[in-house]
Ligand binder design. Structure first.
Ligand SMILES: C=C(O[C@@H]1C=C(C(=O)O)C=C[C@H]1O)C(=O)O
Length: 366
């Protein structure tokens, strides 16, 4: 899938794009206040504003709808930066295009539904407008990729992704758990796609925005979308997670934007040496793991011959505790050791189960 980077969208965007603006457009005064704060702030690359708000239950503020669109045009004219809004169906697209909105995004609640995504894609056929696709609410990489593919198949090539975290009812820290690994997998699957992080929806609290933003940049993400309101406490939606323009500028000052190491460019020799050392160590790790699985297979053969269960809880408990202790002595966290060992043990069980299944197959043929 060949797509254009944000800097090539023809909208004057830089390498790292900061998108700021309110969760919902509320009043002309709200936008006027924000424009006054954002004028002459070159770090703000794009203005966001929610116009149609998908709410969990009826009766909450669902956005101003079409009324807000001319106001956003005015913001664009004043700040001379592109304006983006969320669209969830073909009617939204039509209204947005009529009001020369520069960039559209598809929300998490829409990305989960391929019918809606396809409806939006079809309504954009033949239109040259950038579209950003938020991750679906559930941690389903294929749905996220699929939504981007639907846009691409409709002829759009100015595409980006927005990482807003994933619903996890067991998580007590985030509003939407980041699952950084999954976002990084999107990069592996679609290398051209840039990812904008949305720390407001991940944290759900304005105090968490700075740290989440920094982590996103540490992961090499390409921009930030931060909900900003002149008076967050009075906001008509998402009051808890919006920052004031002053807080936004402080956050932007305190975080550091990271550069990627270009694989094609000349890499300094000391970095090259360190990476060579890592390559070498990984080779040894793989050899050692392979040796371990070889012994696992021998244990499997023994179990098969003696009708023993594959999973041996007492032994596994001892192995796990002992290796965690050893790891801790070498400055490796319990959490890391546990997930590493569980992955190895899962594979051991799978291999031995396969050996047992083979026995059954053979028994069936006799
Ligand atoms: C290798 C065995 O089989 C399983 C795999 C283990 C491991 O990977 O260390 C430990 C216990 C068993 O659940 C065994 O029984 O010793």
């Amino acid at each position: 899938m060949k797509t254009l980077k944000m800097k090539d969208w023809g909208l004057g965007l830089g390498k790292h794009v900061v998108i700021a603006g309110p969760c919902s457009v509320e009043t002309e005064k709200q936008l006027d206040d924000l424009c006054n704060s954002f004028e002459r702030e070159p770090q703000i690359g794009m203005f966001r504003g929610g116009v149609w708000k998908p709410r969990t239950r009826p009766g909450n503020f669902e956005g101003l709808g079409d009324t807000a669109l001319p106001w956003l045009q005015e913001v664009r004219n004043r700040l001379k930066i592109p304006v983006c809004i969320e669209v969830a169906n073909a009617a939204h697209v039509e209204a947005a295009l009529k009001h020369q909105i520069d960039v559209l995004w598809i929300g998490a609640r829409t990305t989960v539904n391929p019918f809606s995504v396809q409806e939006i894609a079809d309504s954009l056929r033949g239109v040259d407008i950038p579209v950003m696709v938020k991750n679906p609410i559930n941690p389903d990489l294929a749905l996220w990729v699929g939504a981007l593919e639907r846009m691409h198949d409709a002829g759009l090539n100015k595409l980006a992704a927005i990482h807003r975290g994933f619903a996890d009812p067991y998580d007590k820290i985030y509003r939407n758990k980041p699952n950084w690994n999954l976002a990084m997998q999107l990069k592996l699957e679609l290398p051209d796609i840039e990812i904008i992080n949305d720390p407001s929806h991940i944290g759900g609290k304005w105090e968490m925005i700075k740290d989440i933003s920094q982590r996103a940049l540490n992961f090499g993400m390409d921009g930030l979308m931060i909900e900003t309101h002149p008076n967050p406490k009075e906001a008509w939606s998402d009051a808890r997670q919006q920052v004031t323009p002053e807080q936004l500028l402080t956050i932007l000052k305190e975080i550091s934007f990271k550069e990627k190491i270009d694989l094609e460019a000349e890499i300094p020799s000391n970095l090259k040496e360190m990476r060579n050392a890592i390559d070498h160590i990984d080779q040894k790790l793989i050899d050692l793991l392979s040796d371990r699985f070889h012994v696992i297979d021998q244990v499997g053969a023994y179990k098969k011959a003696h009708q023993l269960a594959v999973y041996q809880g007492d032994r596994w408990k001892n192995v796990l505790q002992n290796r965690i202790d050893l790891g801790k002595q070498k400055d490796m966290s319990e959490k890391f050791m546990k997930s590493f060992l569980v992955a190895i043990h899962d594979e051991s069980i799978k291999r031995q189960e396969k050996q047992m299944a083979l026995e059954k197959e053979v028994a069936k043929t006799i």
